[in-house]
Design a protein around this ligand. Structure first.
Ligand SMILES: [Fe+2]
Length: 284
């Protein structure tokens, strides 16, 4: 069993600044790092799927590094529309977090059971998604290099969400990826962020799991364009568990009071007895 934890859209600000004057994104990330460090058994890797910082500059990336360094699990990051891949490469050079070797800013990570391909959908330097040319060629080249099941991580959702200002990038940008995935049965899951809300969909036959944000959630109408509202709360990390040849995904909180609030300790009933009760056993 390999355990991958995903967090996304951390939007780290400059030290002392609040996002939109309201959201303490550094504090949210600090708490999330603490929460991930508590997870047992310990996860195998953490992937942060873009929008690492609110504003791509030296101060923000150094602040992000300071907040992520206490993670006791190997970390990998990829760019979102708020990021600058070149700056990421420069600022993360002294870490193993962004192991890119060419100007696609994409990379592969091997785990004992599956392969992670981290893509850069912020290819054009615009806020809109793009994934073609060298970036798509890289995927075509990488996929046949391993027989292992593959998980693809990128920032933008390669699917229609029904949220107008998210969907304004259109559907063309992910058609190339869709064709590649249609022709390769090894890709089991695509994970992404960007919308600051959780959502599940598909790109062709492959499931897409979109995680909510560690910064804040978006309350956005479906099907018509009004200014969205905020829910100023982070979501728990998402656990993608590779189990029985498939990924099983879902929110996975591990708060500070997990041990204290164990049902056996609170109730004084031994766990073996509690299990029978939870299973609906009528045994005394
Ligand atoms: Fe974001």
């Amino acid at each position: 069993m390999t355990l991958l934890v995903q967090i996304t859209d951390t939007h780290v600000t400059h030290p002392g600044e609040l996002l939109y004057g309201q959201v303490d994104t550094p504090e949210n990330l600090r708490d999330t790092v603490t929460e991930i460090n508590r997870i047992r058994p310990r996860p195998d890797l953490v992937v942060i799927t873009g929008d690492l910082v609110e504003q791509a500059d030296r101060e923000s990336y150094e602040h992000f590094k300071e907040l992520v360094r206490p993670l006791q699990v190997p970390v990998f990051v990829l760019p979102g529309n708020h990021d600058d891949p070149e700056m990421m490469q420069a600022h993360f050079e002294d870490t193993p977090w962004f192991p890119v070797t060419d100007d696609t800013f994409q990379y592969a990570v091997e785990t004992p059971e599956f392969r992670l391909l981290a893509l850069n959908s912020h290819a054009g330097g615009s806020e809109l998604p793009e994934l073609d040319g060298d970036h798509l060629d890289w995927v075509v080249h990488e996929l046949p290099r391993s027989d292992k099941p593959t998980l693809i991580a990128l920032h933008h959702p390669p699917m229609v969400t029904g949220i107008e200002f998210i969907d304004m990038g259109g559907t063309e940008w992910f058609q190339g990826l869709r064709k590649v995935l249609d022709a390769d049965e090894n890709v089991h899951l695509v994970i992404c962020g960007h919308c600051h809300t959780d959502m599940a969909g598909r790109i062709g036959r492959v499931p897409v799991y979109m995680s909510g944000s560690v910064a804040h959630q978006l309350i956005a109408a479906r099907g018509f364009d009004i200014a969205p509202s905020f829910d100023v709360r982070p979501v728990p990390p998402v656990l993608h568990q590779f189990l029985n040849g498939q990924f099983v995904s879902g929110s996975y909180p591990w708060p500070v009071n997990t041990e204290v609030n164990r049902i056996d300790r609170q109730s004084g009933i031994p766990w073996e007895t509690l299990k029978l009760q939870m299973m609906g056993s009528k045994a005394p």
